[in-house]
Design a protein around this ligand. Structure first.
Ligand code: UDP
Ligand code: MG
Length: 316
């Protein structure tokens, strides 16, 4: 049995050695399984690559996968998982914020039958108001959009069984959020609460704008609800202005304004225009639905995922 550790690295020259030698290595030595560590250098602009190459020279548990440029953490994680051949694969950050001490707990949950063991942050943490509200908003929108499988605070600090990794490798979409995809995949999930520590050194490379794009990516790749919302708004405007228009025609032109409302030409015109605007929104939403189908097709996700362990007498 073997555990593969996948660690994405981008500009971590200041803290990585400290993280590896004083935090990760002591825990790896306690493992009762064989292990390897796949370090994915995501186009670091500092000396990270040299540092990890050096480490790989001295320790053949370490593998280095170097990208030609920065492709982003999500892609780096995927590349590492593709490369890994352990019976379980554990992903974690290189900056010490996800405490390696906990790997034994993750492995234990896996031994007990968990197929995706997910580190959840937040329970024991105190956040700034803005961060808290941002993350609340994110999960609320995800919930509204019908994505119910994501537990608030779940992170990429996680362990997946090789059967999960095997299915994960079949997903081909480009705009991807690793944890979102894994949540979509199903399988038996177990959660472990942990405290997100401080960075050992260096700066986090996820700033507000990157996080914002990540959030937009999650919404778009996991749901087509944003497209539909405008359709509903359009539908509402059309129906409301149609009813109002009908009322004006009957009241003013057929009955001769018994209520003395004295509709002006401008009012009639604006009712007519809102009716048209509503129609445009509805037809846009219909186009959008087609696009969302095309979108789903181009993502080319597998139609279903088989749980091989629980299936019986199936050939393949
Ligand atoms: N990372 C990466 N590519 C990037 C940005 C970050 O591989 O483009 C790595 C980084 O080296 C670290 C992990 O992803 O190991 C998490 O990054 P960071 O600490 O910047 O994010 P945060 O702690 O804010 O989630
Ligand atoms: Mg970090």
């Amino acid at each position: 049995m073997k555990i593969s550790f996948v660690i994405p690295i981008y500009n971590e020259e200041k803290g990585f050695l400290k993280f590896y030698n004083s935090m990760l290595l002591p825990e790896l030595k306690k493992l009762k399984y064989d292990y390897d560590v796949i370090l994915v250098n995501d186009g670091s602009k500092d000396k990270s690559l040299e540092i990890i190459q050096d480490l790989a020279e001295k320790d053949n548990h370490i593998k280095v996968l170097a990208f030609s440029r920065n492709f982003g953490k999500e892609v780096a994680l995927t590349a590492g998982i593709n490369e890994a051949d352990g019976d379980a694969i554990m992903t974690m950050d290189a900056d010490g914020q996800q405490p390696p001490k906990l790997i034994h707990e993750f492995i234990q949950k896996w031994e007990e039958g968990g197929e995706i063991v997910i580190g959840v942050r937040g329970k024991y943490e105190k956040h700034g108001l803005i961060a808290k509200m941002g993350s609340k908003l994110f999960y609320w929108i995800l919930g509204v959009m019908g994505v119910k499988d994501t537990v608030p605070g779940s992170t990429d600090f996680r362990l997946i069984d090789k059967c999960v990794a095997e299915e994960y490798r079949k997903l081909t979409e480009h705009g991807r959020i690793t944890r979102g995809l894994m949540d979509w995949m199903g399988f038996k999930k177990v959660y472990i609460d942990y405290i997100y520590g401080n960075r050992l050194a260096g700066k986090p490379s996820y700033n507000f704008s990157k996080l914002f794009h990540l959030a937009i990516d999650s919404f778009i790749s996991l749901s087509s609800t944003p497209l539909v919302i405008f359709g509903w708004i359009g539908g509402f405007i059309t129906v409301a202005s149609f009813i109002l228009g009908l009322f004006v025609i009957i009241e003013e032109f057929i009955l001769g304004d018994p209520m003395q409302l004295k509709w002006t030409g401008t009012t009639c015109l604006s009712i007519f225009i809102s009716f048209l605007v509503g129609l445009v929104l509805v037809s846009q939403a219909i186009t959008a639905l087609y696009i969302s189908h095309i979108h789903a097709e181009t993502q080319a996700r597998p139609l279903y995922i088989v749980d091989k362990k629980n299936s019986r007498n199936i050939k393949k």
